[in-house]
Design a binder for this molecule. Structure first.
Ligand SMILES: Cc1cc2nc3c(=O)[nH]c(=O)nc-3n(C[C@H](O)[C@H](O)[C@H](O)COP(=O)(O)OP(=O)(O)OC[C@H]3O[C@@H](n4cnc5c(N)ncnc54)[C@H](O)[C@@H]3O)c2cc1C
Length: 572
């Protein structure tokens, strides 16, 4: 039998292992290093340049010291359709500004302008998507990530880049490390750690939206396999974008006078959200778009022709990638309406993930999580755009502190490998298996199949039990029969082969979770259960693993600060 040392190419050891180097992971690494422990951060791409964070479209919702906390709290919870973890909402309101302001200050030190300020140094804010009594500030994502990368390095964190982490391993019931694959060389890395923070984003299914391509859900999948409980996957989410290019930044666009029009030229969103119309939150927007098309009033357009010159300039500055795409297309976005479509984002941004407590701990000892990998507990269904980045900072910092404290008292891994040897042997064999298979099904074919099942309007937006069951059966077949046959010829294809495995698993989890919720709320619109049901469904949809596979159940949750109305109503 091969020994562990012969199975892997590199063995590393750390106290805290942070997996994922987006905004949440960077903050976790900074937080953990403040506690004086050794921190290693591993990223599939390049820390600060990969994942969603560098593409974040400028909207940040943070309660400033002079704001009324109660207004913020009520707006977040009512817009989140009451599924928010209210304690997390409170933590985010209490700590958000401290985190945002410290990045702003670090940025100044590194010569980066992170927040948009006026000539007097006041934070520029406006009503953007979803805001009624609150305001959205403007953050520059590239300088934000440059700042975080520099701060991580300055904090003494060791970086390991281009490594896709694929498996967690456990000793005496605790997480004690992870296994990863170098994306270019296929060398295998074994990392022993006393605690682990998963901050590797969610699963974007390689769909239309920018920033998704390497976010394929490994973190959520490996947490599930290690026994972690997941939550909120019923709220797998969508944004929307131009039909012809990856364009993001919608929140600021509708906050600057952008409007959605249907094929008949009507500003139709007032039909679905009478209070804010085109500034409706995403849950209302994508379902509204689908209903208009279903009623024969498509296609849908985003009309920016009424955006004033100052706002045009601001949008160009905050959203450079989108405007480069318009340029490449030869389109002036302020001169004509643009055809606009929903873009499925899966478990990214919001959309469900690891169930965490207020210390960012999962139910598995030694496993912590932050940012998009979690169930994003502050959002509920989907509350205000721009809560995400604040949550990434706050949860990242908290996960860093808590994992560092945990690492100081964790059971040490004994010398030699003992009971870990068989786990590691199995995991390495699983990881390399596609290289040994005859050239057969490719990962690209699987991506196509998953998207073809998951994102049609009548499965992703306008749902009923028959269509959901049909989609679920197709995904189960794919997971059982096709994905185990995916082959790879080189390191690149090996990475893709593992990516589709987690994508298939997350697709199944999403469909099972949506089927479980028998009402309409947030991103779940069920034609067969069209009402929001606060009598029976003020519940979180939970998901975990048992001997039979995926288990889904619901749990009631505490509402300590705001009591939702116990009634049934048309989604509002
Ligand atoms: C186009 C776009 C616009 C957005 N606009 C806004 C906005 O205006 N305001 C707002 O608040 N939010 C916005 N969001 C959401 C926000 O960007 C995300 O919620 C946030 O950036 C998530 O940060 P994160 O650190 O959790 O994950 P990410 O930033 O996605 O980082 C995850 C990291 O993990 C790495 N990784 C992935 N898998 C593995 C693996 N297996 N092993 C090792 N590493 C791995 C990735 O390479 C990446 O570096 C937007 C998102 C997108 C896509």
């Amino acid at each position: 039998m091969k020994t562990v040392e012969n199975l892997v190419n590199h063995i590393l050891e750390t106290e805290v292992l942070v997996i994922g180097g987006g905004s949440a992971g960077c903050y976790a690494a900074i937080g953990a290093s403040l506690r004086g422990v050794k921190v290693l951060m591993v990223d599939k791409g390049k820390v600060g340049y990969s994942g969603c964070s560098p593409f974040a479209a400028g909207a940040i919702n943070v309660c400033l010291p002079e704001d009324n906390h109660e207004d913020w709290f009520e707006e977040i919870v009512t817009r989140g359709e009451y599924l928010n973890d209210q304690t997390w909402v409170k933590i985010q309101l209490d700590e958000g500004w401290q985190r945002v302001n410290e990045i702003r200050e670090w940025g100044k030190k590194y010569g980066q302008k992170v927040l948009e300020e006026d000539a007097n140094g006041r934070i520029v804010r406006r009503k953007a998507r979803g805001n009624i009594n609150t305001l959205t500030a403007i953050i520059h994502a590239r300088p934000m990530m440059d700042t975080l990368r520099k701060k991580v390095i300055e904090s003494g964190v060791q970086l390991l880049e281009r490594i896709m982490v694929t498996h967690l391993f456990k000793y005496q019931g605790q997480i004690v490390g992870a296994l990863g694959l170098h994306c270019r060389t296929a060398e295998i890395y074994l990392i022993k750690a006393r605690s682990v923070v998963l901050a590797a984003g969610g699963c974007g299914f390689k769909s239309l939206f920018i920033g998704h391509n390497n976010l394929t859900g490994e973190a959520q999948y490996m947490a599930y396999r290690a026994g972690a409980t997941l939550r909120n996957l019923d709220q797998a989410m969508s944004n929307s974008t131009s039909r012809d290019a990856d364009i993001h930044g919608l929140s600021l666009m509708v906050g600057s006078g952008g409007r959605f029009l249907n094929g008949q030229g009507e500003e139709f969103m007032f039909r679905y959200d009478p209070k804010v119309g085109s500034r409706a939150r995403l849950t209302k927007l994508v379902i509204g778009m689908a209903k208009e098309v279903e009623a024969g009033r498509g296609p849908i357009y985003l009309d920016l022709t009424k955006v004033g010159p100052d706002d045009q300039q601001m949008l160009r500055k905050v959203l450079p990638e989108g405007f480069r795409a318009f340029e490449r297309m030869g389109v002036d976005p302020f001169g004509q309406a643009l055809e606009w479509v929903p873009a499925f984002e899966g478990t990214l941004v919001h959309g469900g993930g690891i169930h965490i407590d207020t210390n960012c701990a999962s139910n598995v000892p030694g496993l912590f999580s932050a940012g998009d990998t979690t169930c994003t507990p502050e959002h509920g269904t989907w509350s205000l755009t721009g809560l995400n980045l604040t949550f990434c900072f706050v949860s990242g910092y908290q996960a860093g502190l808590a994992s560092a404290e945990y690492s100081k008292k964790a059971v040490p891994i004994p010398p030699g490998w003992g009971e870990l040897e068989s786990q590691i042997t199995e995991n390495v064999a699983e990881l390399l298996a596609p290289l040994r298979r005859p050239l057969n099904i490719t990962s690209d074919q699987i991506v196509y199949h998953i998207l073809a099942v998951l994102i049609p309007y009548r499965v992703a937006y306008l749902r009923n039990e028959t269509r959901l069951c049909d989609a679920l059966n197709k995904i189960i077949t794919l997971n059982r029969e096709e994905i185990p046959q995916v082959s790879a010829r080189d390191p690149h294809e090996l990475v893709k082969a593992f990516e589709v495995r987690s994508m298939g698993a997350i697709a199944e989890m999403i469909l099972r979770s949506v089927l479980f919720r028998q009402e309409s709320r947030g991103f779940v619109y069920r034609e067969d259960y069209p009402l929001t049901d606060n009598v029976n469904w003020l519940k979180w949809v939970m998901l975990g693993r048992n001997e039979q596979g995926i288990r889904v159940w619901s749990e009631s949750f505490p509402t300590p600060y705001f009591d939702p109305p116990r009634e049934k109503y048309i989604p509002r």
